[in-house]
Design a protein around this ligand. Structure first.
Ligand code: SF4
Ligand code: SF4
Length: 209
């Protein structure tokens, strides 16, 4: 679990976490100048994801539609799409989560081209592209752990052009993951977070003088 922090966001849109703490480490983490989420190849989908039980219900309600976009080798039996190990977790809106199943070496929904079948379905059917995708997949590599906004460190990808944290780099996590932060926090929450990054930049510039 991420450490408790004194940095708190209150203007964000996550109703189940009125006071969202911010891991101070994310303010100083750095990424290579060529890092971009558009370089994603789905490597991080190898372990599947935890999702809210309501998200799971929504996916199952669209099972017939999703099956149209699965590749021949992908699991068509929707009773095998989830771990079915429901746990309590206050970082999910309903307070309950489950996991997507892993088949072979990746999440059941990952296709051979590194694309998510849930997103593929939504886009092909004219829905919002994230309509069926679990919240923490869209947010990745940003995550919420024990009501603390932090980064999941996908060091196992060993791909610096992705969202992997490096020792020396010119970009902050806000530069690389602006869209993900806006998705999680909403416009007002993002402004509050930007202010924290702004204060951190002024503080470290002051130190260099
Ligand atoms: S490190 Fe980030 S960009 Fe790279 S595969 Fe993982 S999620 Fe995608
Ligand atoms: S649901 Fe989609 S984005 Fe999430 S881990 Fe599975 S394949 Fe990846």
């Amino acid at each position: 679990m991420a450490e408790q922090s004194t940095l708190v966001l209150k203007n964000h849109q996550l109703r189940h976490i009125p006071e969202l703490q911010v891991d101070p480490e994310i303010l100083s983490q750095r990424f290579m100048s060529n890092s971009a989420m558009c370089n994603c190849n789905g490597t991080c989908c190898s372990e599947g994801v935890l999702l809210d039980v309501k998200e799971k219900e929504k996916i199952l309600a669209h099972a017939d539609l999703i099956k149209k976009y699965l590749e021949p080798q992908q699991e068509k039996d929707s009773s095998k799409w989830f771990d079915d190990t429901v746990e309590r977790d206050a970082d999910f809106p309903s307070g309950m989560c489950d996991g997507t199943a892993v088949k072979g070496k990746s999440c059941v929904f990952l296709c051979s081209k590194g694309l998510c079948a849930l997103q593929k379905t939504a886009m092909a059917e004219g829905m919002n592209k994230f309509e069926l995708k679990p919240f923490y997949c869209v947010a990745f590599p940003i995550t919420i752990d024990g009501h603390v906004l932090t980064t999941y460190e996908p060091e196992f990808t060993n791909r610096q052009q992705c969202c992997s944290i490096v020792t020396e780099g010119s970009l902050t996590v806000l530069d690389v993951c602006l869209e993900e932060f806006e998705y999680i926090l909403g416009t007002e929450g993002l402004k509050e977070l930007e202010e924290l990054f702004h204060q951190e930049a002024s503080r470290s510039n002051g130190k260099r003088v």
